[in-house]
Ligand binder design. Sequence first.
Ligand SMILES: [Zn+2]
Length: 111
Amino acid sequence: MHELGIARNIVAIVCEHARGAKITRVTLEVGELSGVLPDAIAFCFPLVAAGTACADAVLDVHVVAGRSRCRTCGTDYAFPRLGVPCPCGSRDAIRLSGDELNVREIQLEAA
Ligand SMILES: [Zn+2]
């Protein structure tokens, strides 16, 4: 499962930032078009977090909606999956959001 590797990377990044502190919450941003399944990440996270500073962390996954801007008519429109055309029919568009896979916030236990 591809999400297992992603979860492992997230835990590694978060633990590195925490510099030994215990992590209580991790907030992720996952774009609709990133190809990453939020449920699969939520399932894998505790498995790879076990035994690390993330072991007791709560994982919050925020799904970021895909949006594009049409180069033909200038409209911003919802782009929940690849290949969705602008309401005007054009497929010539700039991706505005939806590719995200970011750690947005890390909360550490107060010392
Ligand atoms: Zn258009």
